[in-house]
Design a protein around this ligand. Structure first.
Ligand code: BES
Ligand code: MN
Ligand code: MN
Length: 457
């Protein structure tokens, strides 16, 4: 039996195993889930061991890293497969049709938190490795897995781990499946990810909350001052007004722009996916350029004053906004933080005080579309997915990709198995089963083809 047939024959069991992994609520950002995080890491290490890989956990200052290897092909290339076992909180929980950690099948889709981001995509590679090992008794390449539990909180401990374990992680290609395609019929290889500078803007005025009748009109309301500041961060075109914000943005070259325009992201698709009435943003850029090649500044949350039921007349003492900038090559997150901080300081009125704090950051990444590894991935999609992939730039961030590039000096292949309607980070996240099956097949094809890639000396 060949590996593809093995994968098909074992679909039901693979699905049951994925469901077991998805039942573990490994939410990295919430301390009450510490034990679940560890359970997911241990589950993966045990599963990889049972397949015949050497595996172990590495402890970090935060959540453990799962590492596994099969190094039985000494002269062949080494593929390092990255994924994350942590998931986002399920909130707003009341919007889920079935509970987020009770995986449920409906219409060929598996609904659960983490189904697509990233347990399902990661598990496709694990099942591909299993299929090859069980049918051939060996792998065509050496394989290393590195699976972290802190991706959704900005990977604070993975970059230092990579730098400290360069020999352990040495590879000829890094394979990452944590992105999505435009559609089932049109898979895509992502070649650019945005970086991130995540900040908190706090505004405060009076020394305590005030009666809004006694003081309203004579004291600058911090909630209002915050809104006034935020309103000055974009112009009417949707362009960020922070001086210097775009200085290091690497423009698209004409060849690349033309290639991207062959498969444009249409306003109709955007409206259908999101339910918005119209697209928004910089008029001189097309939608896929606004998302993939332009930086943003977004308000992610606002907190101030009375937000409970009913009315309370209060003039709040402070107001807070969570603000994140998505960055493109060659912007530097720390520099962007300083620019935002300095601009806010400059436009803060004398009636309130402000502070901008950097919570976490990550670098943008661009991978080489023309590398032999990416070409092997193109052929793998043709064989395993059954369609020729297009190349896209993504708006999301996987900050560790830039670290793989700089520390391990290996080409990175972003082989996404998700779809745009997977509802990442939102209620009713799902994985389309057909993506899971095709993902396994594509991974089998890639690992087979990767044996012909150049081995680094
Ligand atoms: N899988 C996503 C990244 C992603 C999303 C790539 C959509 C391509 C398309 C990843 O798990 C994620 O959510 N990353 C965070 C990183 C942040 C916390 C630093 C993100 O993009 O918000
Ligand atoms: Mn992810
Ligand atoms: Mn995510």
């Amino acid at each position: 039996m060949d590996a593809h047939l093995y994968a098909k024959t074992n679909q039901q069991r693979s699905l049951e195993e994925l469901i077991a992994l998805l039942r573990i609520p490994s939410i990295s950002t919430l301390p009450v889930h510490q034990a679940d995080i560890r359970a997911a890491a241990e589950w993966l290490a045990a599963h990889l061991s049972s397949m015949g890989l050497e595996s172990r956990l590495y402890e970090t200052a935060g959540h453990p890293i799962v590492y596994a290897q099969w190094l039985g092909a000494p002269s062949a290339p080494t593929v390092l497969i990255y994924g994350h076992y942590d998931v986002q909180p399920p909130d707003p929980i009341q919007e889920w049709h079935t509970p987020p950690f009770e995986p449920t099948l409906r219409d060929g889709r598996l609904y659960a938190r983490g189904a697509s981001d990233d347990k399902g995509q990661l598990f496709a590679h694990i099942k591909a490795v299993e299929a090859l090992l069980r049918t051939e008794g060996r792998l065509p390449v050496n394989v290393k897995f590195i699976i972290e539990g802190e991706e959704e909180t900005g990977s604070p401990n993975l970059a230092p781990f990579i730098r400290a374990h360069q020999d352990l992680l040495a590879a000829d290609v890094v394979l990452v499946s944590d992105t999505h395609s435009r559609s089932l019929e049109q898979p895509s290889i992502v070649y650019a990810l945005r970086g991130m500078a995540y900040m908190e803007l706090e505004v405060w005025g009076p020394k305590r909350d005030l009666h809004s009748g006694t003081y309203g009109g004579a004291v600058h309301n911090p909630a209002q001052a915050l809104c006034e500041l935020i309103a000055r961060l974009h112009d009417d075109n949707g362009t960020v007004t922070v001086p210097g914000f775009y200085d290091r943005v690497r423009p698209l070259d004409e060849e690349e722009r033309a290639a991207l325009n062959q498969a444009p992201y249409t306003e109709a698709a955007l409206k259908a996916e999101t339910g918005v009435q119209a697209a928004w943003g910089e008029a001189e850029y097309r939608i896929h350029e606004r998302i993939g090649a332009r930086p943003t500044l977004e308000v992610n949350g606002l907190v101030s004053g009375w937000t409970g039921e009913g009315a309370k007349t209060v003039l709040p003492a402070k107001a807070l906004a969570k603000i994140s900038c998505r960055l493109v090559a060659d912007q530097d997150p720390q520099e962007i933080y300083q620019l935002v901080r300095d601009y806010i300081a400059r436009i803060t009125p004398p009636t309130v005080s402000t502070e901008v704090r950097l919570l976490h950051y990550g670098l943008p990444a661009i991978t080489d579309r023309h590398s032999p590894a990416v070409q092997a991935a193109v052929a793998a999609y043709e064989e395993g997915w059954g369609a020729q992939p297009i190349f896209t730039r993504e708006g999301g961030s996987i900050p560790i990709v830039a670290e793989f590039q700089s520390s391990l000096k290996a080409p990175v292949v972003l082989m996404g198995f998700g779809l745009p309607d997977d509802a990442l980070h939102a209620p009713n996240e799902k994985l389309t089963l057909e993506c899971f099956w095709r993902g396994i097949a594509t991974s089998i094809s890639f690992l087979t083809r990767a044996s012909a890639l150049p081995v680094r000396g």
